[in-house]
Ligand binder design. Sequence first.
Ligand code: ASP
Length: 611
Amino acid sequence: MLDFLGTRQRSHNCGQLRAADAGQTVTLMGWVNRRRDHGSLIFLDVRDRYGITQAVLDKDLAPEGHAKAESARPEYVVCAIGKVRLRGPESVNPKMPTGEIEIAATELLILNDAKLAPFSPAEEAIANEEVRLKYRYLDLRRPEMQRNFEIRHKVALAVREYLNAQNFFEIETPFMTRSTPEGARDYLVPSRVHPGHFYALPQSPQLFKQILMISGLDRYFQIARCFRDEDLRADRQPEFTQIDLEMTFPQQEDIFRVVEGFLKASYEVIGEQIATPFPRMTYDDAIRSYGIDKPDLRLPPMTDVRDQFTTEELASLKIEPRLPIIAIVIPNRSAMSNTQKKAFAGEMNAAAAPDLAYLDVERLAGSPLYAALAQRIDAAAAMHCGLERVEPEHRLVVLSPRVGITAPAKDHLWLYKKAGQLRLDLAKRFEADHKAFEKKGNADDYKFLWVTDFPFFEWDEAGRTWTFAHHPFTSPHEDDLVAGRMTSDPEAVRALAYDIVLNGMELGSGSIRIHRQDVQQQIFRALGMSDEEAKERFGFFLEALQYGTPPHGGIALGLDRLVMILAGAQSLREVIAFPKTAKAIDLMVDAPTPVSDQQLKELHIRPVLKG
Ligand code: ASP
């Protein structure tokens, strides 16, 4: 028989009471975390968001309550009323904040029962993720999950407070809108009233935030939900949350400062300090030094050691003289046996093929002909990486381009990118040796970086056209516009676009926008879009641009990812209350589902199902 709540109210939560509260009569409510039956004494651990408090039901003291406690099971919802008393020294639990006290309950109410749960929130062992997602309400009861959402809440609040203090207004933009291009597929919402017409869910509030700048609102932000129907990838969510902002009359540096400010405030939520300003690096330098546009600075950069080779050495080692020779240092790798070295060399050669070859510096060092070269390579790489010297355990991997290389020689970026990928693979593989990815509790834990000066255009091999690298509202560098490079040398045009990177992860990206209609039109044309098409897709925006648009720019950072990092969680799903699986399914509500014929009819939709 369940009890009614009546007019009872909690006097304290389950994480609150301490030794100093002994003697008080209290009313606690919560879930039965664990129950231990010692015959005439039954112990109930009562849990809520704030913690766990032990209630004791003594058959002599509270026979009725004791009888109810006998029937209580895990996850029953109970109300325990009684006196706070100090535990005996032998039963103090130093691991629990409430471990010095217990409630000598005189009354116990069973407010609700619970079916035997498929897994217990009290267990340390974590159930299979599908089961957790199906029974998300049980999963969210686990203290780790409650902590994740506490962090999420506090980070969002810290961001809001910081931006508020910087004069930003939080403004909502519509969910039902028209398609804006962020490079993904739209989720569509059919219109009942306008047959055959659809709204699109926003991939981001991009055009709205720009229009808010045209509207004179000066500084906008929103903790904004974005929807992108992207191909399934492990750590992607079809809907995710961005810290989205836009400013009027900014220089890039103004935007950087704002982001650094709210990131600092976010880290303070977990009691950590980060150093600002973050370093800046151009895209070109990032590629040349790290082979990637989101460098992980926790490991040393790559070194071009071509200058260490004489012409004769290049020729005798069959190295293409016009291309860079890239040295990768992975510090503190454990020593290898000769057999391991041989296997490693084979693997490196295979990874470098077909255009690059693995140059074994250790073998060079052992040969009278090349010992001096090996020394020069070591010294150059060491200096570049800020090491005193390259010890064998800082093992060097050198990739040299083969003579007769087939890949294009004009643009060396492919070569840096390939070496960069190998650097990352090796870093991952020797993680246990170099320990650079382990948290140390110092400034090296969080390597933030601004990457700037992205190329404006990307060559799309499939469509054989230039496409935008960020999005088509990004401004090119004014110098490149003035020099006419949009048409004469599109590849060389730099975008006023920037990414914020942390430990090799992209946290967000943004840009200074185009504020002139003529430039916007020129960009659309350069992207192969006819004036008619541009008008059809973005007419409203091109129109708005003509009514006194101020220079403006902004950025968006993924809130989910930021919280994941701050909470030390392993996946985005740990910090999103009701996430979808990698197959875009919500296992708890079981969505998506077919809908009734009647609903489809109202929406003027006839499904064409493939067999
Ligand atoms: N709308 C862009 C994005 O979602 C961010 C920006 O340019 O502000 O990536």
